[in-house]
Design a protein around this ligand. Structure first.
Ligand SMILES: [Zn+2]
Length: 247
């Protein structure tokens, strides 16, 4: 049950037909795991905390750097040198004390992910390296936990939702393969702030849709920041996928 303050706080989204009280309660009952606390996670976690998600679990082993601040909009100059997970947690709690936030300053590995994904309602992949993305995907496939994957580099963004609650859902490896090379980090290639912001914002919206029980199409969305345009590519479960087709 929502108290009077909560009814007021969430009133504008409660007015939306697709949302309503049941949707608000679904958000309040959710535990969302956000892996990576950089440019994707900053807007994603701010919107999810603002919307009233019950529990947010944040993980990142990095500290805030001066070169992050042009895109990592939850951080302030005073946060430079602090743990990203802790600095993001502080901002989320300042925004909405209804939300329980756990910050983990850790480099996530397969065991950690297996434990945390097991208790998550939905997972946001906000990382920037391929090996971690594969480990997150493996844990989400194992636990059949929906995965909202985002990526951005230079002027390009990508978004895909893998609703692994569905037995015929594709997984990240069905679309991207299972290799471990091809990493291109923002620290080497560069990134424009609003591009990563758009993708992170859509990760929050996709996670909310998943929590509301709305089906998400199996579509890889590619954003081109030069032309502000999107391309969409349908994807399918790969019957030979080494991750999801052996279970
Ligand atoms: Zn797969």
């Amino acid at each position: 049950m929502l108290n009077d303050d909560q009814l007021l706080r969430y009133s504008r989204q409660l007015m939306v037909e697709e949302f309503d009280l049941a949707g608000q309660e679904a958000l309040a009952g959710a535990r969302v795991l956000v892996v990576g606390c950089g440019g994707l996670a900053n807007p994603a976690a701010l919107y999810l905390a603002g919307a009233g998600v019950g529990e947010l679990v944040l993980a990142d082993d990095d500290a805030v750097e001066l070169s992050n601040l042009h895109r990592q909009v939850a951080f302030r100059g005073k946060d430079v040198g602090q743990s990203k997970a802790e600095a993001l947690k502080a901002q989320l709690q300042a925004l909405n004390s209804d939300v329980s936030v756990q910050a983990h300053t850790v480099r996530v590995d397969a065991d950690w992910l297996d434990r945390e994904v097991a208790s998550a309602t939905v997972v946001l992949d906000c990382t920037d390296n391929f090996a971690t993305r594969q480990s997150i995907n493996q844990a989400c496939v194992t636990h059949r936990t929906p995965l909202v994957s985002g990526a951005a580099i230079r002027m390009d963004g990508q978004l895909a939702v893998f609703d692994l609650r569905q037995p015929d859902s594709a997984c990240y490896a069905c679309v991207y393969g299972d290799g471990t090379d091809g990493d291109l980090a923002c620290s080497q290639a560069g990134i424009v702030g609003p591009v990563v912001g758009i993708v992170g914002t859509l990760q929050a919206l996709a996670a909310m849709q998943v929590l509301l029980g709305n089906p998400m199409p199996a579509t890889l969305r590619l954003f081109d920041g030069r032309t502000l345009s999107w391309r969409e590519m349908r994807f399918h479960k790969d019957p030979a996928c080494p991750v999801c087709s052996r279970r």
